[in-house]
Write a protein that binds this ligand. Structure first.
Ligand SMILES: *[C@@H]1O[C@H](CO)[C@@H](O)[C@H](O)[C@H]1NC(C)=O
Ligand SMILES: *[C@@H]1O[C@H](CO)[C@@H](O)[C@H](O)[C@H]1NC(C)=O
Ligand SMILES: *[C@@H]1O[C@H](CO)[C@@H](O)[C@H](O)[C@H]1NC(C)=O
Length: 294
């Protein structure tokens, strides 16, 4: 009686182990949701997805395919609800929680999704060279507008027409603060720089995350000032004021100070990385990302 049982039991246990390993659940790595930036799409994140599965085999990586390439110029308040729908669907299926890794403009999309999702279960929010405090610098995105340079972009951006272009939603001209606060309908409410009825809820929702990781560096070449990737930004003299001296930090308008006091803001500065290389650079992945994807 005993012998047959034993010979059946060992292969069964082995099979079970193999199945667990294959599904990745033996490690319990949380799924990683990736949100792309302006003028790119899922295609650009294949390397990153490969890095993740190289170090954490079996991790479910979902690169959201929405508003790709030229469509990424659509207003952020049009994009956010669509991204939220897809992200919520993934989260509902994964009650143990997920991580979100958001690149460039995607970092702002993710922040807005987090702030407007009351029941999200995002564990770690990784922002990869995102203009979190805004953008003020000549970039390729301005060149196609005739005569539009950083000094005059506010004229175009801070009104109903301009706000139909995603980059105007985070255009932050330090010389036209009043126009920014009044005419930019995206970043000021997200940063809590203007009063609005959802401030308290959005702050609470945002603070459901366990950890925020801010990645950026001085050789980015697009994000201006590059410290915006860490919530730093220009004052009216174009001197960079670091995160902890920003009014939105001091007033804790969207939860940043609370998160920092909890010890849950991690900053990773990397030199020698151009903007479009952040997600394909294995050193950046090893130094700044790998350890959070557990
Ligand atoms: C921060 O609070 C101070 C004092 O209450 C106020 O004057 C200032 O406008 C606030 N700034 C922001 C960005 O909310
Ligand atoms: C990759 O990142 C490292 C720093 O993390 C940097 O020194 C190197 O220049 C980068 N390489 C590329 C091709 O971006
Ligand atoms: C990214 O992947 C492509 C092919 O999948 C490869 O040719 C390229 O060298 C990779 N880039 C990096 C920086 O690993």
């Amino acid at each position: 009686m005993r012998a047959p049982r034993a010979s059946w039991g060992a292969p069964a246990v082995l099979l079970l182990l193999l199945l667990l390993l294959a599904s990745g659940s033996a490690h319990g790595y949380k799924p990683v949701i990736i949100v792309h930036g302006i003028l790119d799409g899922p295609e650009q994140f294949k390397n990153l997805s490969g890095f993740i599965n190289e170090v954490h085999p079996g991790t479910e990586v979902q690169i959201i395919s929405l508003f790709n390439n030229c469509k990424s110029m659509k207003p952020l308040w049009i994009q956010v609800p669509e991204f939220r729908k897809v992200i919520e669907k993934i989260m509902t299926a994964r009650p143990e929680g997920v991580h979100v890794l958001c690149f460039s403009q995607g970092g702002l999309v993710c922040r807005a999704v987090l702030s407007t999702s009351p029941n999200h279960n995002v564990h770690t929010f990784i922002s990869l060279s995102s203009p979190l405090a805004g953008q003020y610098g000549d970039t390729d995105y301005l060149n196609w507008l005739p005569g539009c340079v950083k000094k005059t972009a506010f004229l175009f951006c801070y009104n109903k027409v301009g706000q139909h272009f995603s980059f105007c939603d985070y255009w932050n001209d330090p010389h036209h603060r009043a126009c920014y606060l009044k005419g930019n309908t995206f970043l000021p409410p997200i940063n809590g720089e203007i009063p609005h009825q959802h401030l308290k809820d959005w702050r609470e929702n945002f603070l459901r995350i366990k950890k925020m990781v801010l990645i950026g560096g001085p050789d980015d070449g697009v994000i201006t000032p590059w410290q915006s990737s860490h919530f730093g930004f220009y004052d009216s003299n174009e001197d960079v004021v670091e995160m902890r001296n920003q009014a939105f930090y001091k007033n804790d308008t969207f939860g940043l100070k609370t998160l920092d006091a909890r010890g849950d803001v991690s900053v990773c500065v990397q030199s020698g990385v151009k903007h479009t290389n952040w997600h394909s650079n294995f050193t950046v992945f090893k130094n700044c990302i790998e350890k959070w994807l557990i």
